[in-house]
Design a protein around this ligand. Structure first.
Ligand code: XMP
Length: 516
């Protein structure tokens, strides 16, 4: 079996907003990448036997007091290094060049012209657009180094030492606005360095099967499935690794999208043979939510009841030593990086699926190394249907935070029906995959309308669609007018209880994605 970590890349994170993007771009070329904090020692890096090192950008100035401390011997390591932005300045300074703060930064698109089209810039046109985001710049390149490219603003765009074992760009090759970014990264990985393209979904699955079998032995594993792509992939992977030693459960709290639970169970059970059962707990959840309108109370009630239900069901199934969860790489990085920091809580996220403190399960987390797009590739490779793989993220408390005000069975049904029409049309018009998250919101306001000769006095429905990369910031999706019109017409004509539709054009910030 191929070793998927072999000859990969270590990325030292100096705090750039783009560090995860670097890691993803490297992996898109089937090379393993791992993000480590700047204080990681050279020994720790060498222990991982990477084929190359990338120094990320960062918000600091190399002269500032807040510049992250790091092991400077790394810069002399016997490894090819690519410095990006701040990383370029570190290399230039270390090797005797000069970096200056002019007080004037450069942000956004710029054009570069090549001075040397070998190595890092092999197969790159002589001029191309790049993405800049820096305050400081190089005023003198180190002795023995040369310029690979300069920008139209007369900024040094890229430099290298004599044999290009040290290369650096002032711009960001990882950002999509850098036209030739993928070619430049490809050249670094396979021409400058000697990386191995072994990071593929197929190899990942083979490796995980081995690891899961080793971890679990003869033990039994419980898999909590939510209907979303991550937990569904975990269930499919566990089944492939250990068959019926794994049991998957999906708790239906009655606030899923229409048919969502059923579709997920069918895909796993009928499609792949996974041993999965759905437990309809909706009566208990809805009775606890009766009369509750405060969003945070809704979240708490659902989160707590989820724990009670899960605990009871796990007890009924009995004899399980392991619990499999869909933890992803960004969660792993986040918990490492933000240790000790406190973040202001805007919404008490991720409370659903939280588990009792006294549970004695050992955890199986086969997706810990993956980004979301990689989870999707693994899901495809495992044979899950595209409809499930491309599904937009869905909050744990489900429709509870999309029904503003009181939750009743009737209001859940109105929202489920309207949302289904909305999703159908996004698929019909080929827009679903351009959108990061789309959903409908039932607003507790009634408005007057006219249908035929009849006056109506019915509910108002909000529809929302956003583009985003991680949900932290988002922009409202510029939905074509014809699609909006089709959505509004079909919903008002086919969903009893809705007589008016509005489209939300708020970005995040200042709004949040969900309404509650
Ligand atoms: P907001 O509304 O905070 O949402 O901009 C950002 C992302 O988080 C999801 N979200 C939740 N997910 N439990 C979850 O598991 C929650 O309580 C919750 N609230 C919001 C939201 O759908 C979006 O993807």
């Amino acid at each position: 079996m191929n070793n998927i970590h072999e000859k990969g890349v270590v990325i030292l994170d100096f705090g750039s907003q783009y560090t995860q993007l670097i890691a993803r771009r490297v992996r898109e070329q089937n090379v393993h990448s791992e993000i480590l904090p700047p204080e990681t020692s050279l020994d720790e890096i060498l222990n991982r036997a990477p084929a190359a090192l990338i120094l990320s950008g960062g918000p600091s100035s190399i002269f500032g007091n807040e510049a992250p401390l790091f092991d400077e011997s790394i810069l002399d390591a016997d490894l090819p290094i690519l410095g990006i932005c701040y990383g370029l300045q570190l290399l230039a300074h270390h090797y005797g060049g000069a970096v200056v703060s002019t007080g004037q930064g450069e942000y956004g698109s710029a054009e570069i012209e090549l001075d040397d089209n070998s190595g890092l810039f092999f197969n790159v046109p002589s001029t191309s657009k790049v993405w800049m985001s820096h305050m400081d710049r190089i005023s003198k390149i180190p002795d023995g180094w040369h310029t690979l490219a300069h920008s139209s603003n007369d900024v040094v765009g890229a430099i290298a030492n004599e044999d290009q074992t040290r290369v650096a760009t002032q711009f960001h090759p990882e950002v999509a606005h850098t036209e030739e970014g993928q070619t430049i990264l490809h050249n670094f990985l396979f021409t400058v360095a000697n990386c191995a393209p072994t990071w593929t979904a197929g190899n990942f699955i083979d490796q995980q099967i081995e690891l899961i079998r080793k971890q679990v032995g003869e033990g039994k594993v419980l898999v909590g499935v939510s209907g979303g792509v991550d937990s569904t992939v975990v269930a499919a992977l566990l089944y492939k690794a250990i068959g019926d030693q794994s049991t998957a459960v999906l708790i239906d709290h009655g606030l899923l999208r229409k048919n969502e639970g059923r579709d997920c169970v069918n895909a796993l059970k009928t499609g792949l043979g996974v041993n999965i059962n759905m437990f309809d707990e909706s009566d208990i959840f809805l009775s606890k939510l009766e009369g509750v309108t405060d969003p945070e109370k809704k979240r708490k009630i659902i989160g707590n009841q989820f724990i009670y239900s899960f605990d009871r069901i796990a007890g009924e199934i009995g004899d399980m030593q392991f619990l499999a969860q869909g933890t992803l790489y960004p969660d792993v990085i986040e918990s490492g990086v933000s240790k000790g920091k406190t973040a202001h809580v805007i919404k008490s996220h991720h409370n659903v699926g939280g588990l009792p403190d006294d549970m004695t399960f050992k955890l199986v987390e086969p997706l810990r190394e993956l980004f979301k797009d990689e989870v999707r590739n693994v899901g495809r490779e495992l044979g899950l249907p595209e409809s499930l793989i491309e599904r937009h993220p869905f909050p744990g408390p489900g429709l509870a935070v999309r029904i503003i005000g009181e939750i009743t069975e009737e209001r859940i049904q109105i929202l489920q029906d309207a949302d289904q029409v909305y999703m159908d049309i996004l698929h019909e018009d080929g827009l679903y995959n351009d959108i990061w998250q789309a959903f409908s919101v039932l607003i507790p306001v009634q408005t007057v309308g006219v249908m035929g000769d009849q006056r109506t006095y019915e509910n108002l429905l909000g529809i929302r669609a956003v583009t985003s990369t991680d949900g932290m910031t988002a922009d409202w999706y510029r939905m074509p007018a014809e699609t909006l019109s089709k959505i509004s017409n079909r919903i008002v004509n086919s969903v009893p209880g809705i007589n008016r539709v509005v489209y939300d054009i708020t970005s995040k910030p200042p709004g949040t994605i969900e309404w509650e």
